[in-house]
Ligand binder design. Structure first.
Ligand code: E4P
Length: 217
């Protein structure tokens, strides 16, 4: 499964990209607002840090303006993926941008039939928001499994990008349900490395090693 970071914080992105485990980045208007910097500048900087897909979201609500914004965002760097909301206008713009060879990430997906329409519109990625669905009393990971089954039934190559991830269980559930990618907040990504038995085991190994008085280098 590809791991994306859900962040506009270039300091955090640079730090975590150094692990070699980060395949791409997603942003949204709220994350850009949090960065407190001009959007085009932030996206350009992120594109220089991570070679993989970098999602940059439009803010228009009508298809015509979405297309203009999407083309402008796609012009920032070849690895920009234009993020469009899952609305009728969003999917109309998606179909056109896909025809022009621009990769689109359709965001704010909360149902399997929405995901089916996004695939028909030629989306490169569909972003089901599993945390927000769970908050709403629904089954976020279950939606990933449903979309996986539908896409496999018809051979759609739209990649399932599990989004709105809140914890390690969401990452595990998304991977088990067959998501192609998961976009993970930096704080959650940092928890994925950790297990108390790893720390305990390492302490024991290193304390036994110290008693030998040896050195590898
Ligand atoms: C996805 O691309 C969104 O940026 C993100 O995952 C939304 O997550 P949230 O529900 O934590 O805001």
């Amino acid at each position: 499964m590809q791991i994306f970071l859900d962040s506009s914080d270039t300091t955090q992105i640079r730090d975590l990209a150094a692990t070699g485990l980060v395949d791409g980045i997603t942003t949204n208007p709220s994350l850009i607002a949090k960065a407190g910097r001009p959007m085009l500048e932030v996206i350009a900087e992120i594109c220089g840090i991570v070679e993989g897909p970098i999602s940059a979201e439009v803010v228009a609500k009508d298809a015509k303006t979405m297309l203009a914004e999407g083309r402008k965002l796609a012009g920032i760097a070849p690895n920009v993926v234009v993020k469009l909301p899952l609305t009728r206008d969003g999917l109309t713009a998606c179909a056109e941008l896909a025809r022009e060879g621009i990769n689109v990430n359709v965001t704010l997906c909360f149902s399997a039939v929405q995901a089916l329409l996004a695939a028909k519109a030629g989306a490169a990625y569909i972003s089901p928001f599993i945390g927000r669905l769970d908050d709403h009393g629904a089954d976020g990971v279950g939606l990933i499994a449903d979309i996986r089954a539908i896409y496999d039934n018809y051979g759609y190559d739209t990649e399932i990008l599990a989004a709105s991830i809140r914890n390690a269980e969401h990452v595990k559930g998304s991977a088990l349900a067959g998501a192609d990618c998961a976009t993970i907040p930096p704080e959650v990504f940092s928890t994925l490395f950790k297990h108390p038995l790893t720390d305990k085991g390492l302490d024991q190994f290193l304390s036994d090693w110290a008693k030998t008085g040896q050195s590898i280098l």
